[in-house]
Design a binder for this molecule. Structure first.
Ligand code: SIN
Ligand code: MN
Length: 203
């Protein structure tokens, strides 16, 4: 892994080009395997609105959302256990967050054409001393980060395939989201789109 080029966006550390093309392809293969065992689904917000991003998870817990709200569950909505977190993801976590506990969830987000993710905090976890680590694959996504209060100043950066983001310390509860993707900007995924995997400690 290449951790040499790092930029800071409102406290979020972005490791540019952290994964080379071979590592990116290997990770995509692992993610396709996860999606075979635990198919992608379109969660609804607690207000009943379908999200444009499709999701699944690996690990002891997966993140789900429906009329009952946002939470982690030990099973996929179909009633099967989530697949294990692949070793190559655990290696990335270990490289950028060596002092953290092991991640218990790897949330896979798939952004097709037109998909986006509104500004939100990752706050369904129990221990905010543990970072959130995200890996971007495929098309570029315009990532926006603000502070821990809604409505604060934000800064934006186009995340590219192979970039790794760490939301830790002061930035752990930073509002963040993806305004849009540049559909077709990468050839990594044969049908286009963007994958983002975020690893979290849940308990
Ligand atoms: C997320 O906040 O879960 C996803 C962030 C991203 O897609 O880069
Ligand atoms: Mn998030």
């Amino acid at each position: 892994m290449n951790l040499e080029q790092k930029v800071n966006l409102n406290g979020a550390d972005i490791y540019l080009d952290a994964l080379d093309l071979n590592a990116q392809h290997a990770l995509v293969a692992d993610i396709r395997e996860i999606a075979r065992e635990a198919p992608l689904f379109s969660p609804e917000t607690r207000f009943g609105k379908k999200m444009s991003v499709r999701m699944t998870s690996a690990g002891q817990f997966g993140w789900v959302s429906d009329a009952q709200g946002y939470r982690y569950e030990p099973q996929h909505p179909r009633g099967v256990a989530w697949p294990a977190i692949p070793q190559c993801l655990l290696d990335i976590w270990q490289a950028v967050a060596p002092d953290a506990r092991e991640p218990e969830c790897a949330l896979v987000n798939f952004y097709g054409e037109g998909a986006r993710m509104g500004l939100h905090q990752d706050n369904d976890e129990a221990d905010f001393s543990q970072p959130v680590v995200s890996v971007s694959l495929g098309d570029e996504g315009l990532f926006r980060v603000g502070g821990a209060e809604r409505g604060g100043k934000t800064a934006s950066h186009w995340l590219r395939s192979g970039d790794v983001v760490v939301l830790g310390g002061e930035a752990r509860l930073a509002y963040h989201g993806v305004d849009r993707i540049k559909f077709g900007s990468s050839t990594l995924l044969s049908d286009g789109g963007r994958i983002n995997v975020t690893m979290r400690v849940v308990t």
